[in-house]
Design a binder for this molecule. Sequence first.
Ligand SMILES: C[S@@+](CC[C@H](N)C(=O)[O-])C[C@H]1O[C@@H](n2cnc3c(N)ncnc32)[C@H](O)[C@@H]1O
Length: 206
Amino acid sequence: MKHATPRATPDVSRETQRALDAYLDLLLRWNERINLVAERDPAAIRHRHIADCLQLAAYLPPDDAPLGDFGSGAGFPGLVLAAVTTRPVHLVESDKRKAAFLLEASRTFALPHVTVHSERLERVALPPLGVVTARALAPLSSLLPIAAARLRPGGVALFPKGRTAEAELTQANADWTMHVERFPSVTDAAATILRLSEIRRAGAQD
Ligand SMILES: C[S@@+](CC[C@H](N)C(=O)[O-])C[C@H]1O[C@@H](n2cnc3c(N)ncnc32)[C@H](O)[C@@H]1O
């Protein structure tokens, strides 16, 4: 697998760092009542989830088009990215308790550009998106129809993937054409960030 050179994870301001630390505190408190993340160790959550998601900011397009994060869970990556972008961010999470956490977090950290949709992604009404993200939601062959249906022309999908990235791409290539960029993860040597654009069903006409 050939990776492009990784882009540096953006340095965050002290204010953003404080907000991310407060988000971690809130997550730890809620994690005692509902299962948001498997880890209990704050340092592990900071590295495996927050830093892992923050690195995606380097691959966002330089515009203000809306971002839709599908299956956000505890806010990964959508809520973390909302801390470093002013574009509208739509978090789609069907689990009511996780959606309640997302709502509380977006209110606590005064992120007025975040909208939480407590419903299934198949049914949610969203504007055409400039960016689609989904982490640990589904294999690529299931994510591509979602991205193709939701992205506006010129939009990109950012999918963090583990060691199955190449196999998922091979499988998806049977039914889809797309421009693929691969970036190495800075938090997990076995992981790859896929940035996909011009996603079309194979054989589809423009
Ligand atoms: C494995 S978790 C991953 C959560 C988060 N993206 C992360 O990386 O930690 C998948 C999440 O997707 C949500 N989900 C699954 N199917 C969904 C659907 N059809 N519509 C909306 N959310 C869905 C689940 O409730 C769960 O919170």
